[in-house]
Design a protein around this ligand. Structure first.
Ligand SMILES: [Fe+2]
Ligand SMILES: [Fe+2]
Length: 136
């Protein structure tokens, strides 16, 4: 299965973190096709949830440091994703999860990065914020 392609925001560390999130989502979908769906899917989802919390904290910290005006709105989006992951946790444990549910989260994350994360990156550029890959 091909790894999920993601949209680069131009900050290498953030891009790497996004790739880990997509790798976890891919691992959940892969697990669903195996006879170990519950244990493997659950492990991948636990990693995804932990890593998402860490990634979101990094983004929120950067936004706060740079006085990003849409921080609260962005945090609400992150909270929504974590809630969805927690709902999926229950579904995996009760073996009531489908690939479509994971695809929905993958598409949500892709849209979030392309439409919402990119806005703070543009804001940081204007502010002369964190170094960008093309400038490194
Ligand atoms: Fe992000
Ligand atoms: Fe974000």
């Amino acid at each position: 299965m091909a790894a999920t392609q993601f949209f680069s925001v131009g900050l290498p560390e953030i891009d790497e973190e996004h790739q880990v999130l997509f790798d976890c989502l891919d691992a959940i979908v892969f697990a669903l096709d195996t006879s170990y769906a519950t244990s493997q899917g659950f492990a991948a989802l636990e990693k995804l949830t932990d890593y998402s919390r860490t990634h979101f904290r990094v983004e929120e910290c950067l936004m706060r440091v740079f006085d990003y005006p849409s921080l609260d709105e962005h945090k609400q989006q992150h909270a929504y994703f974590i809630e969805e992951l927690e709902a999926l946790r229950t579904k995996i444990l009760t073996e009531d999860v489908s690939a479509a549910m994971v695809t929905f989260l993958t598409e949500w994350l892709r849209d979030h990065i392309r439409d919402i994360d990119l806005k703070y990156v543009e804001f940081f550029k204007q502010k002369g914020g964190p170094a960008f890959s093309q400038a490194a």
